[in-house]
Each structure stands twice: as C-alpha cells, then as structure tokens.
Write a protein that binds this ligand. Structure first.
Ligand code: FAD
Length: 403
C-alpha cells in the first residue's frame, strides 16, 4: 500500500531567496477519516456516485485492525442478542460475492473469497449442549447448519482431536483475504479519483457556527460538505474533537501463523477458545499457512505480541489439532478491534451535526460488515435514506445523559 501517497499541493509565490510556500486548502464533497476496510469501502462507494472524496489516514491504508483480521465471514444469530445486528451481518455476507467480482473486474485484485464453511467444535458436554440449543435458532433465521457427531467431524477433518464431542457446521461461511480486500478497495477508490492523504493524523475538526466545515490533518486543511468518521478504535478521540461521546475502545487480538504446508484442514475450525483458518487462497497450490487466533484483551493501545498470548493460542490450537506440533511458527502480530460496550457498531449521523456521519465500532465483525457499511453510508450521504435502518446503531444511544 505504500505506493498510495499523499499528494501535497504547494504554490510557490516567489522564487528563492524569498520563497514562501503556501498550502492550498483542499475541498471535497466528503472527507473520510480513516483508511481501514470501512473507510476505504465508504470512499469507494461514494466515488462510484461521482462524489469528490478525500481520505485522510494517519498511517497507511489497511495498516491497523483491517489487516490484522483473520478474514472470517461468519454471521451468527445470538438468541439473546440483537436481531437488527444479525440482519446487518447477514446483509454483509450476502454482498460479498458481487463485491469480489466487481473488485476483480475493476482493479484486477482477487480478494480470495472462498466458501469452505466453519466447524464449531464441541470440546466438552457443555459445548455440546450449547450447540444443540443454538442450532434451531440459526436455522430459524435462515442460516444453514448441521449438527455433526464426532465420527462425521473426523471424516471431514481427520486431523482433529479424537476427544471432540461433535460440532455445529456452518457450510455457507466464507473467508476473505482481508489485506487484499483493503488493497482492492483503496486501489478502486484511487482509480475513481479519490485522493488519499497518507501519514497525516487529523488533529482538529473545523466548524462554522452550525456545522462542521472541514478538518486539519498535520499541515493540511481540508474543507468538506460531509465528514465521515471511520477511525476504528481511535474514534473516541474524534468524539473528543467533536465534543460528542463516541465510546469505542481498543480490544487487542493477537494472532500467529504457521509456515505453509499441504492443507491439514479444509474448513475453518473453531472452539470456544481458539480458531484455525487455513489460508487456502490463490497461490496456495498444495501448501497454505494456518492462521491461529485470537486473544481478546483490554490493555489500551498496546499492540505488543506477548509470550502469554502466543502460548495460549498455540496450546489451544494443539488441543484440537495435535499433529500441528511440528509446524514452524512464521509470524505473529496483534491488532486493535474497535469495541463498544453494547457490542454494536456505531453508524449514522451525529445528532445536531447532521453533516458528520459515523461508521465505527465494528468490533469482531468489521470485515464481514465492510460491504454493507460502505453501501449504507453511501446511501445515507447520496440519497438521504438507507435500505436497512441505521436507527438501532445510531450514535444517539451515547448522547450525554443517556448512558
Ligand atoms: C486479531 C483480529 C482478528 C479479527 N478477525 C476478524 C474476522 O475474522 N472477521 C471480521 O469480520 N472481523 C475481524 N476482526 C475485526 C476487524 O478487523 C475490525 O472490526 C475492522 O478491521 C475494523 O475496521 P476499521 O476500518 O473500522 O478499523 P481500522 O482497520 O483500525 O482502521 C481505522 C483507521 O483509522 C486511522 N485513524 C485513526 N485515527 C486517525 C486520525 N486521527 N487521523 C487519520 N487516521 C486515523 C487508523 O490509522 C486506521 O488505519 C478482527 C480483528 C482483529 C484485531
């Protein structure tokens, strides 16, 4: 992504010796702050509607959570949870095949969208009961599931531990190569004329008396009609600049990856402790790394990989695939998920600041939710209405005095 660089316009008024450099103020229909998967998808969709978009990113596109993710696209229905959230996740899942085709055609980048399903393993009797309880709820909302006995699981995945008690299989779950997804969205946006200002943190939000008029990012001033906040787990800082609470916290996730080897697993396998994702994308050709994740830790903006984190992941992975023990560990990393207390994303205009739109707080499902978030925010900005209600996700729920 390093080739996408901020382009600085300077006007030389006098030649040396008395040269003065003056920054041109940029103008945009929409300013998007944050170039993770969410910000890049919003920019891409808005540019397709011929809006002039500037994306401002403090590091590089996709450098944070969006590249750290495991790429699982797994909508789940929680019977004690929130139906509109499930509908949002399902909509995200359904949009992926068309988006993958579109991005391949437009950018030449294959985001490696694959459907190999997830086996949610039962490690003990309690898991088994939980799986049996959840299965009819998943079917009830239209998700394909199969309850499998241990023998059926071993037939599908011979490398799995003989102590398993069965699994709930989600055959329609997909997987995407998330770093490629961000790259394709950013390249697509760039090709449609979106400007990326990279390496420039937004430090100030400018206001006319009644509305937000632009931002300052390092040495640049950008004026815009609409501002989109897509700053992941840093969104609380944007809330401070706006004087409106956007309580998003970082939830650290550590991951490890093995060397490439002939696939030992043909599905994503997950237990309540750990998941294993075979990255069987293009180029895998008989050998693929296995991603093992992920911790969930509330330790602030700390992205260090720790011995404890790695030890836990490896121990839990070996419990379900004992023969992994002789594989080489080739990579470790950590990313910061944007977590909200009610586990719901924050989507929609800020009350009283109608030209500021928030798209953040996607926590563990931000990659799954990328296509639907891009679509809904584009609809909101271009048409003033959305095909799925954003009301359940409104920033209004955090208004002072309500929480
Ligand atoms: C280990 C791990 C595994 C995961 N696995 C999955 C998975 O399998 N499936 C799934 O759906 N989701 C998964 N997720 C969650 C997913 O990665 C996130 O929900 C998603 O990436 C959030 O995207 P985002 O664009 O909002 O945030 P980010 O990718 O963090 O992007 C936000 C961007 O805003 C920029 N920014 C912040 N402040 C400023 C500022 N002041 N000025 C300019 N730029 C700024 C940041 O630099 C950053 O690039 C996982 C996350 C982790 C950490």
């Amino acid at each position: 992504m390093s080739k996408i660089e901020g382009r600085r316009e300077k006007v030389v008024i006098f030649d040396p010796p008395s040269s003065i450099l003056v920054d041109l103020t940029r103008t945009a229909d929409v300013i998007v702050i944050g170039a993770g998967a969410i910000g890049c998808c919003i920019a891409y969709q808005l540019a397709k509607s011929r809006l002039k978009v500037v994306v401002i990113e403090k590091t590089e596109p996709g450098y944070e959570a969006s590249s750290a993710a495991a790429g699982m696209l797994s909508p789940r229905y929680d019977p004690a949870g929130h139906r509109p959230y499930f509908d949002l996740c399902l909509a995200g899942h359904q949009l992926y095949p068309a988006l993958a085709e579109e991005l391949r055609g437009f950018t030449g980048i294959d985001i490696e969208l694959l459907q190999y399903g997830t086996l949610e393993l039962f490690l003990d009797e309690e898991d088994e009961k939980e799986g049996q309880y959840l299965d009819p709820f998943q079917k009830g909302v239209g998700l394909a599931t199969e309850l499998l006995a241990p023998e059926q699981v071993w037939e599908m995945e011979p490398a799995l531990s003989r102590t398993l008690r069965g699994a709930l299989f989600f055959p329609k779950d997909r997987h995407v190569n998330n770093p490629r997804l961000v790259e394709a969205l950013a390249r697509g946006a760039l090709r449609l004329g979106v400007e990326f200002l990279v390496g420039k943190p937004v430090t100030e939000i400018l206001r006319d008396p009644s509305r937000v008029s632009g931002v300052k990012a390092y040495d640049e001033t950008i004026q815009g009609d609409t501002l989109v906040i897509a700053t992941g787990c840093w969104s609380n800082q944007m809330g401070t600049l706006l004087n409106y609470p956007l309580p998003v916290e970082p939830a650290k996730g550590q991951m490890v990856a093995t060397e490439s080897f002939p696939p030992l697993l043909n599905h994503v396998v997950a237990s309540r402790k750990v998941y294993l994702v075979p990255r069987l994308g293009v180029g895998a050709r008989g050998g693929a790394p296995l991603l093992i994740g992920a911790t969930v830790e509330f330790v602030g903006y700390d992205k260090r990989v720790t011995l404890q984190g790695v030890e836990t992941l490896i121990r839990d992975a070996l419990e379900i695939v004992p023969s992994l023990g002789d594989k080489a560990l080739t990579r470790t990393w950590a990313g910061l998920r944007p977590y909200t207390r009610d586990l719901l994303p924050i989507l929609g205009p800020i009350p009283g600041m109608e030209n500021v739109v928030v798209a953040t707080g996607h926590f563990r499902n931000g990659i799954l939710l990328t296509p639907i978030t891009g679509k809904l925010i584009q609809e909101l900005i271009v048409d003033g209405k959305t095909s799925l209600s954003l009301e359940p996700f409104s920033p209004r729920r955090f208004a002072r005095g309500r929480t």
